[in-house]
Design a binder for this molecule. Structure first.
Ligand SMILES: *Cc1c(COP(=O)(O)O)cnc(C)c1O
Length: 377
């Protein structure tokens, strides 16, 4: 394993007039990858053209897709019986693609969903067009501040799949252990935490994530599918959404977002060089702990997510008054701490600290928070 390079410090984070970006997505990407993409944008690999100017069927681009896929497999220790697909339309498109590909598995055309926030609610709504959707647990009654209790034994055998959102971006909660519904395949929307923690993919039938939180620019998603689930697509499924067809075409059914896939490959090379997902997880835990310790040791800030289900990617909290909140956002902005405003239905503050956010960025936020509390508290 290569020796991990020292992380960016606060000074390098702010170089070139950049701010420290806590936005939920599209989000901050690793500085090293941004710089490399900039350097080779004009003339990719000495070809004399940009990566965005070459054919998706050229050997140079095909090798990018192949390496991206191989790197993902390696980083998550993906079992052989899974395929890795790159598809258009981000995660939202998967809210339709999942039922189109899976709900026909059983004659009842039924799927079970757990409602843990705005994205799972939209997934439930979108899936409704293709079959019977049962919301088997929800934490709506506590404003999605926790993951609801769930008895997976309640999922009946004629259910085609069970859908969860592994990390809830708006509320700052995550599943620490995943439900086991026996033969009913588990489907996970891991958009806001892909490659941020060690996850056992063998527990899932399908895992999907759009790029713009941990992988690269928006518009593309990675979809991991257990191969025995191919072949159940509804007849009206468009070829670009049909998992088996995309797999057969090696994610090149039509022209994919070549830049996005290139960028994700660079992000995954970066993760691998730093020591893989385990090292990413260690860093993410360290970053999140710094913030949560600051919240827990304060009588001023009010953490919003239940302690047992706290996200390591999105840290949510509130301030004592709307005036204090407004002042916090204004002063943070002046300090170059960007996009900290909470999700509109939640309010308060949300600090998104994905893989691309170095420890130094979180340290800058925590220093600001301590100073703000001292002045206001
Ligand atoms: C951001 C996000 C989405 C939406 O992704 P799009 O690419 O905009 O479709 C879906 N699910 C989760 C959990 C997210 O964080």
């Amino acid at each position: 394993m290569a020796t991990p390079k020292p992380e960016a410090d606060q000074q390098s984070l702010r170089a070139g007039g950049r701010v420290i970006n806590f936005g939920p997505g599209p989000a901050m990407l690793p500085l090293e990858v941004m710089t490399r993409a900039q350097q080779e944008f004009f003339n990719y690999g000495g070809l004399g053209v940009s990566i965005v100017e070459i054919s998706h069927r050229s050997k140079d681009f095909v090798s990018v897709v192949e390496e991206a896929s191989a790197l993902f497999r390696e980083l998550v220790s993906l079992p052989e019986n899974y395929s890795v697909l790159f598809v258009h339309g981000g995660a939202r498109m998967q809210f339709s693609a999942v039922p189109m590909n899976l709900i026909g598995r059983k004659p009842a055309s039924k799927a079970a969903y757990v409602e843990t926030g705005v994205f799972s609610a939209t997934a439930i709504k979108d899936a409704g067009a293709y079959g019977t959707i049962e919301t088997i647990a929800s934490s709506r009654n506590v404003k999605f501040a926790r993951i609801p209790d769930l008895d997976p034994g309640r999922v009946s055998k004629d259910t085609s799949y069970l859908h969860i959102t592994t990390n809830n971006t708006a509320y700052g909660t995550r599943w620490n252990t995943f439900p086991d519904a026996g033969d009913v395949p588990l489907v996970g929307d891991a958009t806001s935490e892909i490659l941020s923690r060690v996850m056992d993919y063998a527990r899932f039938g399908v895992v999907y994530a759009s790029f713009q939180k941990n992988l690269g620019p928006a518009g593309t998603a990675i979809v991991v599918v257990r191969k025995d689930l191919f072949g159940n697509a509804l007849p009206q499924t468009p070829p670009l959404l049909n998992y088996a067809a995309v797999d057969k075409g090696q994610s090149l059914t039509n022209t994919p977002s070549t830049f996005n896939i290139y960028f994700a490959r660079e992000v995954m090379r970066w993760i691998k060089n730093l020591g893989g997902v385990r090292e990413m997880e260690r860093r993410n835990n360290e970053k999140a702990k710094l913030l949560y310790d600051c919240l827990d040791s304060s009588a001023f800030y009010k953490p919003l997510a239940d302690k047992a289900h706290r996200s390591m990617m999105n840290v949510t909290f509130d301030l004592p008054t709307p005036q204090a909140l407004e002042a916090f956002l204004k002063e943070a902005g002046k300090e170059g701490l960007y996009a900290l405003k909470g999700y509109r239905d939640v309010g308060g503050i949300r600090a998104s600290i994905y893989n691309g956010m170095p420890l130094a960025g979180v340290q800058a936020l925590v220093s600001f928070m301590r100073e703000f509390e001292r002045k206001q508290g």
